[in-house]
Design a protein around this ligand. Structure first.
Ligand code: 0WD
Length: 254
């Protein structure tokens, strides 16, 4: 039997087939979840639609997380399609390329605000509007990185935004626990995706992980997918407000 049969989950942040959100969707679908995918703009719509078509019964909805009306509409649409919502997968981040290289001290006001809006506040904005649909309890998860805790080369403003995101996970978990809604983050090791392309010297980051991580290899998106599946499932029912590392153990030695 499938552990997520009868569960309705919205997956936000598929850009292409390398997206971590896509690997998560595979793991959730394999366990019988009914999925809704959101896409940021027409720029990615066709790609997301093609991918979603390979998962039976899934729906696709627009949502740019910087636009409150988009998230309002998402709530309306999800209520129409699903009635009850059981899970939210938030796998979204953005910073200007020029802020992801060089020194953090050079971060602009606008660059700081944009990175925090899309990468941290969006989790709050989405959870705020969707948690009322989680009438049977639920699970919310987001994606973070070790750069939230360590000053890592080139990660810069995104590390500061991830620190805000991780703190948000704790505050949201504390707010929503009374409704049996859990909120957690996965801290993944570096994975080659579209978002990773923006980070300076990504190859040397991957090489370091291969050398130093206890598992002596880089993280596979499918490993993140399976942990996300666990977080969406009742197997993790006692876990909330937590950051779970899926990084081959890199954080314990670095
Ligand atoms: O090494 C990595 N790839 C890691 C990624 C290690 C640890 C964590 N993460 C995090 C990222 O910071 C992000 O939060 O995982 C999450 C997913 O990232 P990804 O799968 O690596 O990257 P990608 O496939 O690019 O998905 C992120 C997507 C955007 O893609 P693009 O590249 O088109 O910006 O986030 C979405 C968009 O689809 N996104 C938005 N969605 C709605 N509204 C918005 C927006 N305004 N902006 C970006």
């Amino acid at each position: 039997s499938q552990v997520l049969a009868g569960k309705n989950i919205v997956v936000m942040g598929v850009a292409n087939d390398r997206s971590i959100a896509w690997a998560i969707a595979q793991s959730l679908a394999a366990q019988g979840a009914r999925l809704a995918f959101t896409y940021e703009s027409e720029r990615v719509e066709a790609r997301v639609r093609k991918l979603a078509e390979t998962i039976e019964g899934s729906v696709i909805l627009p949502c740019n997380v910087t636009v409150d009306e988009d998230i309002d509409q998402l709530a309306v649409q999800l209520k129409e399609h699903f009635g009850t919502l059981h899970g939210i997968v938030h796998s979204i981040a953005f910073a200007k390329t020029e802020e992801l290289t060089g020194m953090y001290v050079d971060t602009s006001r606008a660059g700081f605000a944009l990175a925090h809006d899309i990468s941290a506040y969006s989790l709050v904005a989405v959870t705020q509007r969707l948690h009322p649909l989680m009438t049977e309890g639920g699970s919310v998860m987001t994606m973070t990185y070790l750069g939230a805790e360590r000053a890592m080369k080139n990660y810069n403003v995104m590390g500061v935004a991830k620190a805000a995101l991780e703190a948000s996970v704790r505050y949201l978990a504390n707010d929503l626990g009374q409704h049996n809604i859990r909120v957690n983050a996965i801290s993944a090791g570096p994975i080659r995706t579209l978002a990773a392309k923006g980070i300076g010297d990504f190859n040397s980051i991957l090489r370091q992980v291969e050398e130093k991580a206890p598992l002596r290899r880089t993280t596979d998106a499918a490993e993140v997918g399976d942990t996300a599946m666990f977080l969406m499932s009742p197997w993790s029912r006692g876990i909330t407000g937590e950051v779970i590392y899926v990084d081959g153990g890199y954080n314990i030695v670095s």
